[in-house]
Design a protein around this ligand. Structure first.
Ligand code: KIV
Length: 274
């Protein structure tokens, strides 16, 4: 099946660099489904179909079980539902770490089957060769450094990154390496503020912060965090702009009560009722 292609009205990759140069903050949000993507599209510069969908949509404990098929299905839904935002789709764990050829094969599939404009992958210097291979072959890449959820076990958990002089220097070297390899932007996640700030000052491509620094060239949040769909735990870096959890719960409760009391459906909801 042929994918929907990006329409001429969409934000272009290069525009993100222009925003950054002009001091205009870049706005990103994740989305995984068509209805949410349609609602956020007019307000953001880019939509990331993040592999966070494994936790947010599928209820896994981590992003590790996410498959390429999931990313393709959700990526295609988001592209179909958006008109203006740049759509970036995450490459999931295991889809690119083997080497540049594997990364190209899977990135090409994601781009062909979703119609997205770019892919994102996690990693620093160790991924520079892969980023170079992809970008030289027509696959725009957004990088992702700092806290990298796909390396959860190797890193010993979800930990803030950049503590200590050596760690900060390594993160800067990671960002520099993938920028030099051709990444058009870099997500910095879960990183000490001064470190994210220093990286932003040093690398020639826009940085997108999440739990990083207001000095980053842009920001991204996970949509369900921003909407307050989860009640259990709000990470420090999240600001909730809505509290949907109690609304959803109250709507389900109201519906259940009315069905049990035979108040729903009413005649106005029925076809041909007298
Ligand atoms: O998967 C995701 O949603 C992400 C963002 C947190 C940047 O990578």
């Amino acid at each position: 099946m042929s994918a929907q292609t990006q329409t001429p009205g969409r934000v272009r990759r290069r525009a993100l660099g222009d925003f950054a140069k002009g001091g205009v903050p870049i706005v990103g949000l994740t989305a995984y489904t068509a209805p949410i993507a349609r609602l956020i599209d007019p307000h953001v510069d880019f939509v990331l179909v993040g592999d966070s969908l494994g936790m947010v949509v599928y209820g896994f404990d981590s992003t590790l079980p996410v498959t390429l098929e999931m990313m393709v299905a959700h990526g295609a839904a988001v592209v179909r539902a958006t008109r203006q935002a740049l759509v970036v789709v995450d490459l999931p764990f295991g889809a690119y770490q083997e080497g540049p050829q594997q990364a190209f094969r899977n990135a090409a599939r994601v781009m062909a089957e979703t119609g997205c404009a770019a892919v994102k992958l996690e990693g620093g210097r160790e991924m520079a060769e892969t980023v170079r291979f992809l970008t030289r072959r027509g696959v725009p890449v957004m990088g992702h450094i700092g806290l990298m959820p796909q390396s959860l076990h190797a890193a010993g958990g979800f930990r803030v990154q950049g503590r200590g002089h050596d760690a900060a220097a390594e993160l800067t070297a990671d960002a520099t390496a993938i920028a030099e390899a051709g990444a058009f932007a870099i997500v910095i996640e879960g990183t000490l503020e001064p470190v994210a700030r220093a990286i932003t000052e040093q690398v020639p491509v826009p940085t997108i912060g999440i739990g990083a620094s207001p000095a980053c060239d842009g920001q991204i949040l996970v949509i369900d965090d921003l909407l307050g769909v989860f009640t259990e735990f709000t990470p420090r870096f999240v600001k909730r702009y809505a509290e949907l959890a109690p609304l959803i719960s109250a709507a389900a409760e109201g519906y259940a009560a009315e069905v049990r009391a035979r108040r729903f459906p009413g005649k106005e909801h029925c076809f041909g009722a007298g």
